[in-house]
Design a protein around this ligand. Sequence first.
Ligand code: URQ
Ligand code: ZN
Ligand code: ZN
Length: 486
Amino acid sequence: MTVHIKGGTVVTADKTMRADVITEGDKIVAVGESLDVPAGAETLDAGGCYVMPGGIDPHTHMELPFMGTVASEDFFSGTTAAACGGTTMIIDFVIPAPQEDVMSAYRKWRGWAEKAAADYSFHVAITWWDDTVHEAMGTLAREHGVNSFKHFMAYKGAIMATDEIMVNSFSRARELGAICTVHAENGELVFHLQEEIRKKGINGPEGHPLSRPPEVEGEAADRAIRIAQVLDVPLYIVHTSCEDAVKAITRARHEGQRVFAEALAGHLLIDDSVYRHPDWEFAAHHVMSPPFRPKHHQEALWRALQAGMIQTTATDHCCFCTPQKAMGKEDFAMIPNGTGGVEDRMHVLWHHGVNTGRLTMNEFVAVTSANAAKIFNIYPRKGDISVGADADVVVWDPEKERTISKNTHHQNIDFNIFEGMNVKGINVATLSQGKVVYQEGTVRTEKGVGRYIDRPVFAPFHSAMQTARKLNEPTAVERTTATAAQ
Ligand code: URQ
Ligand code: ZN
Ligand code: ZN
């Protein structure tokens, strides 16, 4: 199929220019003015609109089995909802249970994702350790295009990675040229605080943020940063939600450490007042981890995003409907953690980012698409409008408005954390693999056409340790060893 997107302004992370775009099959084949348009091409009028790379959401959990239930959004409905909102690729998570064979968990998730309507990839979580896990990381990196391994520092008694697991896994990732990602909350502190809060007789959703204060995230973020520093491996902190974590990330980056960070659309726009809402269901809808924070943390996240200390935005789309949330009616710690957002991320970020002047259009593309593609090593195949790139494209009308609501969204969840929010500037068309899958409200996604996207491991990079060696300075490990030997 050939599509001629004409009359638009191409906006990428690093350029803005009046240009037409021609796609053939699943690739972009021409970008420029006065192009030779092949006969039979489908024409898409982009006059007055921006033509941008499809969004990449680097953090979703479609049909995740978690906390005794399964997330209500599956890979078909979730990638469809994503496309309706301009996101054309998700990076989801394989999360083996402790002692579960990693490769069989990977194959299980790959099976679930075969129904996807758009492209996807997987971070693989390391939730336990033995020689088979060590081996599986190598197989995944060398043969299955996995270049990122996830570590949940929270969720004690379930999928929590201890320091020992992180040290083993981070070391292995370094050998393989992979990046480590973390959910940074101190799971031991959360567990202890949950007990303390229950003893005070607090069992409603208001107890959730009390058990996960910003300090719990700040400590874990800094601990992961320090482990990555000593083991000399790049680090990516998912759903950075608070100033405490931003400070740890900023310090490390200022010292030249290769630390990347992600912010969720929800954490940028929703504060902790949701947990004090009189309606139990409304408050429980917002139970996710890390929790929504007091307002000043939102401003710290926006500043970090604008300053380049946070590089990507995501949603952590992990949907549990109201009856599922009710599993925690007697105990907030039993409320399945997670909310939606995959359909709304780009809309809310344009409205509250670009329309407010916080972000330029180019920065918008960077934080919703290009930076994730670069960090996870699939740029410029993804995250760019250039010849040879995948034909994942959005036509964006800056004047078009939408009111976000569960009554009109395509997400398979019975509430929306952005309910009632009016946004201006949305995609009027989405192309995935060169096919128009969404246009002005018409959805034309197809189950099963989504592809698994390999993400190659990284070329050896000049890390602080290697630089130190070149300068004949002792590295952190050598200094420590030398001191111990004295
Ligand atoms: O922690 C995560 O990222 C998963 C389990 C989704 N739930 C959540 O509350 N963030
Ligand atoms: Zn998480
Ligand atoms: Zn998550």
